[in-house]
Design a protein around this ligand. Structure first.
Ligand code: FMN
Length: 483
């Protein structure tokens, strides 16, 4: 089931008892964070605050804050179902027969079947606020943590167009509100928006137009965070997830398109010649404060909204937080794409305490000496996997979703000097420990069983396992033990 708007999803959550409306007056400064932090860590509901101090607009948060809600948001019961759809689509073994070939066509078309559609009129433009009346402080913008540099729009879906190709990008980047019509634009150097900005500057363009969507249908909201290759637009991917095209509308003052069912849209530009502005510090999803740094300013030249818009926000900090479930969805959905390049990959897992880029477990069907190292190098070469600081490779029968099992297996199997490699590469901008800013070292751990042709000539012990016969016997007598 695809949701066409945020409202449709919120209604669904309400019916499921997964949306709690809070009418008590709350402060967007720190108080909301503490409420959300306690709620998300106890797998509690999405929260709709109707009475935020200083704003007439309600704020919703924690909508993706459990595995169940993240799955519902993408119209599935189980996130692996999406991965399965992708892997069926990507299974490109061409059949011999003509009929077989024809039967493949619909599968191949699956991704392109739901391209976004541009409509003329949209509810997200019911209200249009012109440049001189823009006042971002009218929105319930939150200040999350005590040392934050100010209030931040935390669910801004930032739309730009590649100045060379015209391909659209939508990335989820935080926006620190600097004054009533200016924010900082925190697109990190490796991300799509930053690339567009760099290209615009190189081409001598004075401005890069930007639209920021705050709240849309949930599949598009999620797609904004997904690590898609530059050539695949988030709107197309959202259409694939929803199995229904995303309707777009042209912005009022910039040449960009936004989802017709958006709640709030900020239209404006980033000036390529302007001095960068100090952004941060910000209590980040690493669980530490990101230091203040310089980023471009986003000038808001118009705001459009629905008649009764809802402002969406999130809280990031020490896990578990809402963004962990978004990252988990990415892990599951993108596994078949990783397997396309690394077919020996059985599964991978990024435990929440590893903040995605700090730790990746990978299980492989080991075929030749040194295979674990090939997989580490392959993963480090895959899109945003380039940020992975530590990769631990184990054999195919290990359930990497169970981090305790994965560590147990790997730690038993390693002789550190022999099985650990150090490499170098880009680090996530948020990594505060890297040797240089966004560049540092990586560690790969080969936790697989070692082979004679890898130099291990002593016998390798079996894992302890009870025989099926005894398991069945104990099953059949279990009740009689009175346990
Ligand atoms: C809640 C949340 C906040 C994020 N904030 C930022 C941010 O401020 N800057 C950034 O570059 N990436 C941020 N990200 C990560 C990007 O959205 C993510 O890497 C995405 O794939 C970027 O898309 P792009 O490659 O199209 O730019 C955030 C992700 C989430 C889930």
């Amino acid at each position: 089931m695809a949701f066409n708007s945020l409202n449709e999803f919120l209604d669904f959550l309400r019916r499921k008892g997964e949306l709690k409306v809070i009418d008590v007056k709350v402060d967007a400064k720190l108080e909301i964070t503490e409420i959300v932090d306690r709620t998300v860590k106890s797998a509690g509901p999405a929260l709709l605050f109707t009475n935020v101090k200083g704003s007439e607009i309600p704020l919703v948060t924690n909508i993706f804050g459990t595995k169940q809600r993240m799955s519902w948001a993408l119209g599935v019961q189980d996130l692996d179902a999406i991965g399965k759809r992708l892997s069926e689509m990507l299974n490109l073994k061409v059949p011999e027969s003509l009929l077989g070939k024809m039967a493949m066509m619909p599968r191949l078309m699956e991704m392109a079947k739901f391209p976004p559609k541009v409509v003329k009129k949209a509810s997200c433009q019911d209200i249009v606020i012109n440049e001189k009346d823009v006042d971002l402080y009218k929105f319930p913008v939150t200040t999350s943590w005590p040392q934050d540099g100010g209030p931040y729009i935390l669910f801004g879906q930032v739309v730009t167009k590649d100045p060379d190709t015209g391909v659209r990008n939508m990335g989820l980047y935080r926006l620190q509100v600097l004054d009533k019509n200016t924010t900082a634009m925190h697109w990190q150097r490796h991300k799509g928006g930053a690339m567009h900005f760099k290209r615009a500057k190189e081409k001598g363009m004075e401005r890069l137009e930007v639209a920021v969507v705050i709240g849309s249908d949930p599949a598009t909201m999620y797609s904004t965070s997904a690590p898609l290759p530059e050539s695949i637009e988030e709107y197309l991917f959202a259409g694939f997830l929803r199995e229904e095209a995303v309707e777009l509308v042209k912005c009022k003052t910039v040449d960009l398109e936004v989802p017709a069912e958006s709640e709030i849209v900020l239209e404006g530009y980033v000036d390529t010649g302007e001095d960068l502005r100090l952004e941060g510090p910000f209590g980040d999803h690493t669980g530490f404060y990101s230091l203040a740094d310089y980023y471009p300013a986003f000038h808001v030249t118009a705001v459009t909204t629905r008649k009764n818009p809802v402002f969406v926000s999130t809280v990031v900090g020490q896990p578990i937080m809402e963004d962990d479930w978004m990252g988990y969805a990415t892990e599951r959905i993108f596994l078949p794409l990783a397997k396309l390049v690394l077919p020996e990959l059985v599964d991978y897992h990024m435990p929440f305490e590893g903040i995605f880029h700090n730790l990746v477990f990978a299980s492989i069907d080991k075929q030749y000496p040194g295979h674990a190292f090939k997989v580490m190098n392959g993963l480090w070469g895959l899109g945003q996997m380039m940020f992975a600081k530590v990769i631990v490779v184990v054999d195919k029968d290990v359930n990497v979703q169970n981090t305790s099992e994965a560590w147990w297996y790997a730690l038993n199997n390693i002789d550190p000097q022999r099985d650990v490699v150090f490499s170098k590469g880009p680090h996530d901008v948020l990594d505060h420990s890297s040797q240089y800013f966004s560049f540092g070292s990586k560690m790969g751990i080969d936790g697989t069983r070692k082979w004679p042709d890898e130099g291990f000539t002593r016998p390798w012990p079996d894992k302890i396992e009870m025989s099926d016969e005894i398991k069945k016997l104990v099953d059949s007598k279990w009740k009689s033990y009175g346990l």
